[in-house]
Write a protein that binds this ligand. Structure first.
Ligand code: ZN
Length: 177
């Protein structure tokens, strides 16, 4: 579903009450769009931003294995210092990191078929990372972390080069596509 970039309309999840950690790609074309999107969630100066080439794929790819550890080390610090209760995974269309890490078949065309395949690829990697974050939280709780600290919501989005945002994974939230 399409989400209004600058406003709170059609956001099919509860407004974050605490701070947010946003994971984004490094792509220079999206810096302003991401800021506007966060403003639409009333999150100006209320989010930490981690930047990895490829966003979720950047964290999950096996070429630079250290990146995954770096991500989770930063997640731990964000939770402990900034009272993070939501993680936003901001994937984006026309992401060069997909072809870089996965090969030229991950350069997607502008046909409907290409767009659908692109969305599916981002849903896959965002979903894999989301599952790892949830597992990580369970581990921290099992290690004696405060349950209220480690109860994180993970939201997965796909933004295009105009700044339009779609939700990739919805967890059955109640809204119309
Ligand atoms: Zn990218």
């Amino acid at each position: 579903m399409e989400i209004h970039r600058r406003g709170p309309e059609r956001r099919p999840y509860p407004a974050p009450r605490k701070n947010v950690l946003m994971l984004s790609c490094m792509d220079l074309r999206l810096i302003d769009d991401l800021g506007q999107f966060m403003e639409g969630d009333n999150l100006i100066n209320r989010y930490d931003q981690l930047v990895f080439a490829g966003a979720a794929l950047g964290v999950m790819q096996p070429t630079h294995v250290a990146w995954r550890e770096v991500f989770f080390q930063h997640l731990d610090i964000a939770v402990q210092l900034h009272d993070i209760h939501d993680v936003y995974i901001m994937e984006h269309r026309n992401c060069g990191a997909y072809a870089h890490f996965l090969g030229p078949q991950f350069e997607f065309s502008d046909t409907q078929e290409g767009q659908n395949a692109e969305e599916e690829a981002h849903r896959k990697y965002a979903g894999l990372l989301r599952d790892e974050i949830i597992e990580h939280c369970e581990l921290r709780k099992a290690q004696g972390g405060k349950p209220e600290l480690w109860d994180l919501n993970v939201r997965c989005f796909l933004v295009d080069l105009r700044g339009s945002v779609r939700m990739l994974i919805t967890d059955g939230e109640n809204y119309d596509f």
